[in-house]
Design a binder for this molecule. Structure first.
Ligand code: PDD
Length: 280
């Protein structure tokens, strides 16, 4: 794989960063995942805008190459011959050559890393025909989930808990209400209404979420942006999640209770089809 590190395209084994890099020592980094279908980037502009906001919220410098990010993404797709997959991008506050809680001064440049993940069959994922089984767990993340930081230990623990329970993923619950999935936004469908949590600092403002809600409204579907409980989800007609890597993924079970018929629902299926068609 050819990866990108601070201005250079390198074989992955030659791309090296300092042990003092703050992403390594402090999880002082932000990231984006942009999917690729038919060799084309999906929603690059949305991801770049969210990255810019994450950096600003953390007083992190923009990498010098910020305005070249589209070209860098495209170059990596070309060099790695990606037809379907993802591009991972990470910016960290860089390395001041020692460990210190205080941010380094502006002379320390951020570290910019990008790499590709080749995933043939991403769009035709067989999981979309089966649906996800979900467990619910307490949301123990920090309070700024609107910033896409690399502090992903708790989401990783959530996926491990789900796996141990024979499930695909976990939904995070705070004050009795679902915030989102470990790496996706969460939805339920009741009658003809799609319900998903409103935007705030409590969830990541998903780029896929924005697109899917726009397509839903354009297709005259009703959308309610509000919090819901696990109980309400278990009694819903359908449930699903969205993210750059799963697009629209039906959910068929939550904490052992079948959702609706227990099979992927028509609204999720239709939104997945629309999303894939409109994104290509
Ligand atoms: N995760 N919520 C969380 C906590 C996420 O980590 C993600 C994305 C989303 C969906 O956002 P988007 O639609 O912009 O991908 C929601 C990425 C895919 C990841 O961590 O791999």
């Amino acid at each position: 794989r050819i990866v990108y590190l601070n201005g250079d395209y390198l074989p992955e084994e030659e791309a090296k960063i300092s042990i003092f890099d703050r992403s390594f020592l402090m999880a002082d980094g932000v990231y984006e995942v942009t999917s690729v279908l038919d060799g084309k980037l999906i929603d690059f502009a949305g991801h770049a805008k969210r990255l810019e906001r994450s950096l600003a919220e953390l007083d992190m410098q923009k990498p010098d190459a910020f305005d070249d990010l589209l070209e860098i993404h495209r170059e990596l797709v070309r060099r790695n011959d990606i037809n379907e997959g993802m591009i991972y991008l990470q910016v960290s506050r860089g390395s001041a050559g020692d460990r210190d809680f205080v941010y380094p001064d502006a002379s320390v440049k951020p570290t910019l890393v990008l790499f590709t993940q080749n995933k043939p069959g991403l769009a035709d994922n067989p999981k979309a025909r089966e649906g996800f089984k979900i467990i619910s767990i307490e949301d123990q993340r920090w309070g700024r989930r609107d910033i896409k930081t690399t502090q992903l230990l708790y989401p990783s623990m959530g996926k491990m808990m789900a796996k141990a329970a024979g499930c695909d993923d976990a939904w995070l619950v705070e004050d009795g209400h679902v915030t989102e999935g470990t790496s996706n936004n969460a939805y339920i469908v009741k009658g003809d209404t799609i319900i998903t949590r409103h935007l705030s600092n409590d969830i990541l403002h998903g780029i896929t979420r924005a697109a899917v809600l726009r397509f839903a409204r354009e297709a005259q579907m009703k959308v309610e942006e509000r919090a819901f409980t696990i109980k309400e989800a278990q009694q819903a007609d359908e449930a699903f999640v969205t993210s750059a890597s799963t697009f629209v993924m039906p959910v068929v079970e939550i904490d052992g209770a079948a959702i609706g018929s227990g099979a992927p629902g028509p609204v999720a299926g239709r939104l997945r089809d629309i999303y894939l068609e409109e994104s290509r």
